[in-house]
Design a protein around this ligand. Structure first.
Ligand SMILES: Cc1cc2nc3c(=O)[nH]c(=O)nc-3n(C[C@H](O)[C@H](O)[C@H](O)COP(=O)(O)O)c2cc1C
Length: 202
């Protein structure tokens, strides 16, 4: 029977959407799965554990159209300290924008890593509107796909899955703009201020 090592590569792993997706995945997973979050200190110890698993599921957000830095650094450590048996690597990625296709480049980055390092590549679930979907009545659409991903990985299949909210882009932009404007208002920040780089300054 397979055994899945779930690795969260979000920079805010303890409070991340990726963690929520990983938890839902585990709820539906028919084979044993264990959850780990990447920290700057635990790369080596995670690499030592890999041999106990048949599969790795990398769960992470899209950051600037690519993979987040904690995951990139972890992959560098995996290059230096590879396991004896290379497990199949699957991907569960979520992004803030509406279109699941926004995640394509980041998935290709992982595929390239697998090809260069000799890991079999497994299944993929690309989630669009990933920041929002779990807090809407459309959560069901995401959980259905998470269930399918879990079955797909447990059966050793290579499936490409995607999901987003079943609304128009126009509705998504309208709803997300209202959400962020309200969020800014609650924190005394105007839409104009949010549109500048100064928003990052202390
Ligand atoms: C620095 C930063 C860069 C981001 N870049 C993108 C991006 O290029 N495209 C996108 O759709 N979402 C982007 N997002 C949104 C995240 O992918 C989204 O909020 C995701 O749900 C975060 O997941 P996490 O909580 O697991 O970290 C970005 C978020 C941050 C903070």
């Amino acid at each position: 029977m397979g055994r899945i090592m779930i690795i969260n590569g979000s920079p805010r792993a303890p409070k991340s959407n990726s963690k929520k997706y990983a938890e839902l995945f585990m709820r539906y997973c028919p084979v044993p799965a264990e959850y780990f979050a990447i920290t700057p200190q635990n790369h080596e110890s995670l690499c030592e554990k890999v041999d106990a698993f048949t599969d790795i599921l990398l769960v992470f957000p899209l950051y600037a159209d690519g993979i987040p830095v904690p995951l990139l650094n972890f992959l560098k450590t995996m290059e230096k300290t590879p396991p004896k048996q290379k497990p199949r690597i699957s991907v569960l990625i979520n992004c803030g924008f509406f279109e699941p296709e926004q995640n394509n480049i980041a998935v290709k980055m992982i595929e390239l890593f697998c090809r260069q390092q000799g890991y079999p590549f497994g299944s993929v679930l690309k989630i669009g509107s990933g920041e929002a979907i779990l807090n809407t009545p459309f959560k069901f659409f995401a959980t259905q796909k998470l269930k399918r991903l879990a079955i797909s990985i447990s059966q050793g299949r290579n499936e490409q899955l995607k999901v987003t909210m079943p609304i128009s882009k126009k509705m998504f932009v309208r709803a997300s703009t209202a959400y962020w404007n309200d969020y800014g208002k609650r924190n005394d920040v105007t839409p104009e201020e949010m549109a500048t780089m100064e928003i990052e300054q202390p």
